[in-house]
Design a protein around this ligand. Sequence first.
Ligand code: CAO
Length: 433
Amino acid sequence: MTDNTMARLCEIKVPDVGNVPSIDVVEVLISVGDVIALEQTVATLETDKATMELPSNAAGTVQQVFIKPGDKVSEGTLIATVMTVAALAGAEKPAAPVSVVAETASKALVNQPTPVTPTQKKEAIVFEPVPVSGAKAHASPSVRLFARELGVDISKVKLGSGRKGRILKDDVKLFVKNVMIESATATGAGIPSIPEVDFSVFGETEVQKLSKIKRLTGQNLTRAWLNLPMVTYHDEADITDMEAFRNQLNAEKGKDEVKITGLMFILKALVAAMQQFPSFNSSLSSEGENLILKKYFNIGIAVDTPNGLVVPVLRDVNIKSINQLAVELAEKSAKARLGKLLPADMQGGCMTVSSLGGIGGTAFTPIVNAPEVAILGVTRAKMQPVWNGKEFIPRLMLPLDLTYDHRVIDGAEGARFMAMVKQNLSDIRRLLL
Ligand code: CAO
């Protein structure tokens, strides 16, 4: 029967590195008391030709460390001693540069695998990276040095693109680039700031603090403006028939019932077009390589409030009736104007509609509510003479402004999408299809 109650003191030594007389210790990655795993890198060594990571061939608790950065070592130099416990000793790698120098019986360690007797066979240092357990970053000293020179905490570089997740120089560069983009987006860094002017020199002034909503909206809009290459496409929809139907519906409503505005039809026309053009119902992944397509149809509505612009979201617009949407928007915009919207009321939007039609306008260029990819702006409908091939006839024309993220939507797709929204509004029977 095997004695399975052993704890063993193992030496980790510099193995055969192929006739290199002097090797620099660049980094020591273990300290006394550390519990280390089999094959965990214990030190990084460097010759004038290569960098090497010295793996531990024993799992256990570090008892002593005999080297420090800057030391010179060579084949056979003692690096550290590790007390292996029986359970971990079973995980020892036989052909390892670790030799057993002592054995102590421990009756406490029972029912553990039999320790493997290490062989005397010497192995060249493993040049390939080995996964490092714990928080230690997996990178060569030259990459660590490069990161240090740039002031980068290498443990923050999560994704190594090298073999087995090793962090390469390019990963550090990408990390720095992303941090710079993020901070530029948050603060406008890198963009010359507008010089401060003392306006009181020219006349009386008053300083008014921006509301929290205005400040947050400002940040979001700046972020979208700086990040998204946006295009705005303008067109007009003939809503003469829709308007006649809307007036008829409202005439049938009781005094206390919520009236239907054109916006409800716009929402329906928009969602019907989004169903045909899924890229309008998407978001770009943060690294910009994937499109996340949404299978739900929630539309944000920009609502003007005394404290600033807020965007409550109407959920599942595709399955709600025009009347339901009218009631819901009335409730949400009332809540918005009283400052009572909850964060959940403003989350989960797929696309936004910004309607200034109740106020006026002929066109504007709304800013996409990123990470959405498009926004539809609406201004005031007006009667216009429209040529029908024989004569000018009066038609009620609704100006529409579609801004989209050009990384996701190209110009032709934008124009086709707008054509479908127009078609749906001009003949609302299409919304039944
Ligand atoms: N053309 C002509 N008339 C229009 C119209 C249009 N495009 N849009 C609305 N109207 C009319 C409505 O029919 C209504 O008329 P009645 O009083 O005769 O019924 C009136 O204008 C007021 O409508 P409304 O604005 O109250 O309702 P709505 O459903 O059209 O819009 C809401 C609701 C919440 C979007 C709107 O009140 C609002 O806050 N708009 C501002 C959005 C905004 O600030 N956007 C800018 C963001 S970008 O900085």
